[in-house]
Structures are given as C-alpha cells and as structure tokens.
Design a binder for this molecule. Structure first.
Ligand code: ADE
Ligand code: ZN
Length: 338
C-alpha cells in the first residue's frame, strides 16, 4: 500500500538543482553536440566517479559536468528531461533552482541560460500540466559583489524568477555574507530561501532566517542540535526542504536509518522530501520517498503529511494551494476524507 501511495500521490518538489538533473547519457550527448571532451570514456565510468566523501567532493564533479551546457537548446533539453521524469512520478508543481554563475563565469550569457530553462517550463506546463517556479541561486563560495552583479543581470528577467537562494560550499561561507544582496533582492520583489544546516551549524540556519529573511530552509537537518531553533521552526512553521538520498551520499548521515527526517516530522516541523541533484544521488523524488519510508518505517499517514507539507510550503497563491491540496483528498484515510 505505502509503495503505491508514494508512486500515486501528487507532490510538489521544492529543492531541485536543474544542473543536478544532468544524467550521464545527456552529458555525453551534449559533449558530442558541443565538441567538448569529457574526462570519462563511458556512462558507466561517470557513474563510478559518483562516490562522494562530503559536499565539496560532489560540487567539484557537479561543476565539471555542467561544462557541457553551452547553448539555449542544452538548457532546454536538460529542463525538459527533468520535467518528463518529474511528471512520471506525479510531481504536479516544481520549484527549480538554477546556478547562473556556473555558466556566466564560463562566458555564457545569463539570457541563454534562462531562456532555455523558461521555454522548457512553459512547454512542460502545456504538455504535462506541470506548474513551476524558478529560483536563482547565488554561489556562496564566490563573493557578495559577484552575487550582486548576478542579481543585476537577472533584473530584466524578474518576472520569470520567483525567489533567490544560496547554495554551494557551506562551511566558511555564512549566510550573513550575503545580507546586502538579499536585501536588494527582496526590495526588487523576490522571495528568498537558503541552503543552511546541511554541513553548516545551526547558527547558519538562524542567519538565513534573520539576515536573509529566508521563507524556507534548504536541508536544515542540523537544526536538531539547537532546541531553541527547533521550537522556532515549529512555532513559525518554517519549511525544511530535506533531501534524504543526498544527505546519505554526501555523508551528512552515515546511513538512511540514521536520518532524522521522521524525528523532525514527529516534532511538528514542516518537513518536505525532495531530490536535490537526482542524477548524482541515485534517484528522483519517488526514490527519495521510498528510501526514507523503508529505512524509517514511515506510515501512509506520514507519506500523506509529507505530500501535504510540500504544497503547504510551496510558493503558491491561496487559490492554487487549495487546488493542489484538494488533489490529495482521495489519498487520505477514509475517516478524514470529506
Ligand atoms: N548545489 C547543488 N547541490 C547542492 C547541495 N546539496 N548543497 C549545496 N549546494 C548545492
Ligand atoms: Zn541543494
């Protein structure tokens, strides 16, 4: 029952790096199309290299992989491939991160990147009925001045971007480094989110909330080390976009049995399940739900709550949120169905 519930229940995905959905097969296809030589001879060899020891060991490979993305069409194909997979797993709403600096630093115009992604999102809405938002992430290992420049490049495309976020190497790059950039982004009408408490300490989660006014925390699993922070997240119902397979692959937890998702859920935190970088971590949203369900013994009710939390946490207006939540009704326990 739980397995079919996971497969069938409508879900929102709120933590997905589009560059992290680049499957090795597409990486080779784009390398050939763009005449770029890869340091791997086969798809199998690429997959073998995906044996990470921490966040940085992953990021080094992830940024290298993104080098095959050059033309608008490449960004279109990448996004279209993700949407097809997400639709097959009953994702009806997705909020996608993109990392413009990974591309603009290689001389690719901001407009090329966003135009390809945007067209695929529009076509995904038409073809699959999948609704979407776009979130621009600043790379925190680069300077605040570079982030500000990126924000300025984004302004002509402001209507296509819902929020700004913060990703890349967490240790040594506290959210407060970007306070001014986020202030400016909010003044321009963007919402904000931030990766925090993945490898970094609970204090980085506080900073994301207090300095950057983040509406959601990406990962946030280290919040449990600070009881006051846990109370704050519960009281203010601040969503955590948790990515279980990512956390085990990057050794945030030794095994899936050690993951604290069920504890956070039982405490009353607004936890959601997401795939982060599915091409690198061994699965999309369904595989993430399944992995935590099996390792932590989640019930049908837990799965229902996770799906419900995903729509509660999404950047939707009231009417759309109610429309999506109504889709869940047939999946709730019979006594609660109205
Ligand atoms: N960029 C892509 N995936 C990431 C993650 N899990 N943490 C920080 N930056 C990322
Ligand atoms: Zn992430």
């Amino acid at each position: 029952m739980v397995k079919s519930l996971i497969r069938e229940i409508p879900k929102a995905e709120l933590h997905l790096h589009i560059e992290g959905s680049l499957e090795p097969e597409l990486m080779f296809e784009l390398a050939e199309r763009n005449r770029i030589s890869l340091p791997f001879r086969s798809v199998e060899e690429v997959r073998k290299a995906y044996d990470f020891t921490d966040l940085q060991s992953f990021l080094d490979i992830y940024y290298a992989g993104a080098k095959v993305l050059l033309q608008e069409r490449d960004f279109y194909d990448l996004t279209a491939a993700y949407l097809k997979k997400a639709h097959a797993q009953k994702v009806v709403h997705t909020e996608i991160f993109f990392d413009p600096q990974t591309h603009t630093d290689r001389g690719i115009p901001f407009a090329t990147v966003i135009a390809g992604i945007r067209q695929a999102l529009l076509d995904g809405q038409k073809q699959f009925g999948i609704s979407s938002r776009l979130i621009l992430c600043f790379l925190r290992h680069l300077s605040a001045a570079q982030a500000m420049q990126t924000l300025e490049q984004a302004l002509p495309f402001k209507d296509w971007i819902t929020a700004v976020g913060l990703d890349s190497s967490e240790a040594g790059h506290p959210p407060k480094k970007f306070t001014e950039v986020f202030d400016r982004a909010r003044a321009e009408g963007f919402l904000s989110v931030a990766h925090a408490g993945e490898e970094g300490p609970p204090d980085y989660i506080w900073q994301a909330l207090q300095e950057l006014q983040a509406a959601r925390i990406d990962h946030g699993v280290r919040c449990q080390e600070d009881p006051e922070l846990v109370s704050h997240l519960i009281k203010n119902q601040i969503p955590l976009t948790v990515c279980p397979l990512s956390n085990v692959k990057l050794r945030v937890f030794d095994t899936m049995q050690d993951h604290n998702l069920k504890q956070l859920l039982d405490l009353g935190i607004l936890v959601t399940v997401n795939s982060d970088d599915p091409a690198y971590f061994g699965g999309y949203i369904e595989e993430n739900y399944t992995a935590v369900q099996q390792a932590l013994g989640l019930s049908d009710d837990d799965i229902y709550r996770l799906a419900s939390n995903s729509f509660q946490s999404a950047f939707l207006d009231g009417k759309d949120r109610q429309k999506f939540l109504a889709l869940l009704k047939p999946f709730s326990a019979p006594e609660t169905r109205r």
